[in-house]
Write a protein that binds this ligand. Structure first.
Ligand code: LLP
Length: 443
């Protein structure tokens, strides 16, 4: 197969259409066709080798986004603590660890994953979440993590007790709830008074006072996280201004506050990058850093989606097309169990054909999965070039909260996952078999 150099970016730098000379394949004429590539790989080949549905990640995109975000914070002392919940594949965690990332975990399981990926990363782990159990706290203490983000007085009791019992020294921050509206989907907004997250700003001081002079736990930071998929930078700036004011107060009261954890939440443009990524992170960094300039603190960030989201694609095959009283459906082999976001948040994911054929007419369809729920859709009323059984479609920006929220509903095995780096591919999770699904059941 001869390949020309024409490239049309879809999600740069890893995902693009490339014009290739192809022999006649199902439904397409021979000659030049424009085929979606992940770096050096033709998505048709990946689908053929690994089957569908299939999650693909571009190493180059992940690398580039991590580098750009890191660079935006310049020489302000900082650590990117990747939010493991966005995508917890161990190989991806190792990849990020090698780039110098720390991690934000919200469960003992996520911490175990980080340890499995790279034991030495423990010292760059922050532990968030409203419901850390005593066992999880003990595991984190034994692992020597960087920081506990404490979210309630009751959790603080358990942390102080457990650290004393185990005689392990550690650091804590109070995760404050700044009462800032992040203007995002209600399910993923966390920084308002009515949310379960964090400690009200006005109550934070009393928690720090309880830590003062503790033999094992040191009050070392202030944390905040206001939500996810936030596309304006002003709420970040507002939250940081409130955090900075608290840091000043705490320092004046004699606390050695060394860390500010700004959380994650920077959004991506699911409809295609409207501004370039470098510019949007520059504004984000500016908003976050402005209130911190004179504070002499080390900044921790917990980005998830913004790093891994656009690096991932869900590759799926059309099983059937059908029409019910004038409404057209494209039934694909990926369902809500593979990618829950559209069903749960009415989230938009771009869907593009792997082989682009401009002669095909566009029609308005619902792209739905095989799961027996009316909510099982990937897209509704979407204009797509006409497709037929066997065609491949790519669901974009599926790297974050895709596999992480996948389930076995309808006894469907989770998809395989492949990391593409240039022309190399690595199977980083096997497709689940029926045996995997019933392994823990008694027959
Ligand atoms: N830090 C904390 C404490 C968090 O709760 C979260 C996300 C993050 C960091 C990472 O946020 P990111 O940078 O990825 O926005 N399943 C939803 C998103 C849930 C986010 C939960 N917390 C979705 O698919 O949109």
């Amino acid at each position: 197969m001869k390949r020309s150099t024409t490239q049309d970016n879809v999600r740069p730098p890893g995902l693009f259409y490339k014009s290739v000379t192809s022999k006649k394949s199902a439904g397409y004429d021979s000659g030049k066709v424009s085929v979606l590539h992940c770096e050096g790989k033709d998505l048709r080949d990946l689908g053929q080798t690994h089957g569908t549905p299939l999650y693909l990640y571009s190493a180059q995109t992940l690398r580039e986004r991590t580098r750009v975000l890191d660079t935006a914070f310049g020489n302000f002392p900082h650590t990117l603590c990747y939010a493991v919940k966005a995508n917890s594949n161990i190989r991806l965690l190792r990849f990020l660890a090698r780039m110098g990332c720390g991690f934000d975990v919200v469960s003992g399981g996520e911490l175990e994953r980080v340890l499995r990926a790279d034991k030495r990363s423990a010292k760059r782990v922050v532990f968030s979440g409203v419901g850390k159990t005593r066992e999880e706290i003990a595991l984190a203490l034994r692992s020597g993590i960087l920081l506990f983000n404490v979210e309630s007085p009751a959790e603080l009791d358990v942390l102080l007790e457990t650290a004393s019992q185990l005689r392990i020294k550690t650091r804590m921050a109070v995760r404050v709830n700044p009462d800032v509206d992040a203007n995002t989907h209600p399910y993923i907004s966390t920084g308002l008074r009515q949310h379960k997250f964090g400690v009200p700003l006005e109550e934070a001081h009393s928690l720090y006072s309880r830590v003062a002079g503790h033999k094992y736990v040191n009050a070392a930071g202030v944390s905040v996280h206001i939500g996810s998929q936030i596309t304006a930078v002003a709420p970040f700036g507002e939250a940081m201004a409130r955090v900075a004011a608290l840091v000043v107060q705490l320092k004046a009261a004699g606390f050695g506050i060394r860390y500010v954890d700004a959380g994650g939440g920077l959004g991506i443009s699911y409809e295609g990058e409207s501004t370039d990524f470098g510019t949007s992170v520059k504004y984000y960094a500016r908003a976050v850093l402005k209130p911190l300039r004179n504070l002499d603190v080390h900044l921790l960030l917990e980005p998830g989606r913004v790093l891994i989201g656009p690096a991932g694609v869900l590759l799926t095959s059309v099983i059937y097309t059908k029409s019910n009283r004038g409404k057209d459906f494209v039934i694909v082999d990926a369902g809500m169990n593979d990618l829950l976001r559209p069903a749960l948040y009415q989230a938009h994911h771009e869907i593009v054909p792997v082989v682009r054929d401009d002669s095909r007419k566009k029609t308005t369809v619902d792209v739905v999965g095989p799961v027996c729920e009316a909510g099982d859709f990937l897209a509704r009323d979407r204009k797509l070039p006409q497709v037929e059984s066997g065609d491949l479609l790519a669901v974009l920006d599926a790297g974050a909260y895709g596999t992480a929220q996948a389930s076995n509903y309808n006894t469907r095995g989770r998809p395989a996952e492949v990391l593409v780096d240039g022309t190399r591919t690595k199977l980083i999770r096997h497709r689940e078999s029926f045996e995997d699904l019933v392994r823990l059941e008694e027959f």
